[in-house]
Ligand binder design. Structure first.
Ligand SMILES: *Cc1c(COP(=O)(O)O)cnc(C)c1O
Length: 339
């Protein structure tokens, strides 16, 4: 049995999801005529209390659109130095928005209102104007760490007071909400734009949705077109997303339980010096006495696949296709990995 925990994007649609896709009513979404896409956008927007939504092919596109909406030349986005928007979107902040970036540090990939307050550029001819702050929840490179509403509210107030837009890269926001029990409506109230991935833990083949005001999403639609992201009968994909929102949100807690079990396998492992606190479906292990490449090779010999995630780290992500049988197999495989 192959156990592939390189990412939660590796899942294949379930039978129920495929049946929902098969049954979808579709139209041309560039004309705004795909009823299933429209239904998905409205469903997520109303869940988060936002005015409108925009279905896009990827989370990178939703983030890049949000950045371009709120920044441009001579402006900057403030984010954590481990943010997906900075590390993993091919330098798009520069190429798409022609904007600069100011990187902050903080434990487990998180930043605070006081970090941000200290980093906002002064109103000065020399400075690059701060026009956007971007947070990530859950924080991928922080080990799937979680922001709570209590942490986000002061950031949101600060941004409003300073006239700075606030974006949430919520690729795995539902993973966080399943843990905290916080309400999507309360999250929607804190941000100008939120990006939600459907192709991660929710198990869809493709798709992300950007949420925001009517005015922002109208402009976002034009930016999406210019990025080549206007899709036609995209309702087949939106149907998968609606199915996932109805069937795959609550079950994310199972992924979290299995991730915790993986973390425990490594707690006392001689080749692991530290396991990041396992809050959601991501497990990051810091290695000792072995390189990530050599460790990944040992894992591969046991049919277990993970990724290198830094000079001395590897990452596992649990998902819909990793059940209890796979977890047992994983446990047996780890026993076979010795110094
Ligand atoms: C996966 C991911 C994205 C978007 O990735 P795509 O592969 O472009 O869909 C954005 N942010 C975070 C934190 C992610 O993990």
């Amino acid at each position: 049995m192959t156990i592939d925990l390189r990412s939660d994007t590796l899942t294949k649609p379930t039978r129920g999801m495929l049946e929902a896709m098969w049954a979808a009513e579709v139209g041309d979404d560039v004309f705004g005529e795909d009823p299933t896409v429209n239904a998905l956008e409205a469903k997520l927007a109303s869940l988060f209390g936002m005015e409108a939504g925009l279905f896009c092919p990827s989370g990178t596109m939703t983030n890049q659109i949000a950045i371009k909406l709120n920044t441009g030349p001579h402006q900057e986005v403030i984010c954590h130095k481990y943010s997906h928007i900075y590390l993993y979107e091919a330098g798009g902040i520069m190429t798409n928005a022609h904007a600069s970036v100011k990187l902050l540090d903080g434990p487990y990939g998180k930043i605070t209102a006081s970090d941000i307050a200290a980093a906002i550029s002064p109103d000065d001819v020399h400075a690059c104007e701060t026009s956007l702050v971007s947070l990530e929840n859950t924080m991928n490179k922080g080990g799937g760490s979680i922001y709570t509403l209590d942490e986000v509210r002061p950031i949101s107030s600060l941004c409003r007071e300073k006239g700075i837009a606030l974006h949430l890269d919520g690729a795995r926001l539902f993973n966080a909400l399943v843990v905290t029990g916080e309400k999507p409506l309360d999250w929607g109230a804190q941000f100008d734009t939120i990006s939600i991935c459907l192709s991660k833990g929710l198990g869809c083949p493709i798709g992300s949705v950007l949420l925001g005001s009517k005015q922002a999403i109208k402009r976002a639609r034009k930016i999406r077109k210019s990025f080549g992201g206007g899709m036609r009968q995209a309702g087949y994909l939106a149907a998968a997303a609606i199915y996932a929102l109805d069937h795959h949100v609550d079950r994310l807690s199972e992924d979290h339980t299995r991730a915790k079990a993986i973390g425990q396998f490594f707690e006392k492992h001689p080749l692991v010096s530290e396991v990041f606190p396992v809050m959601t479906n991501i497990v990051i292990a810091r290695l000792q006495g072995i390189s990530p490449e050599a460790m990944l090779e040992k894992l591969r010999e046991q049919q277990i696949f993970a990724v290198k995630f830094g000079p001395d780290q590897i990452r596992f992500v649990t998902h819909l296709d990793f059940g209890d049988a796979q977890l047992e197999e994983f446990g047996r495989g780890i026993v076979g990995i010795n110094v």
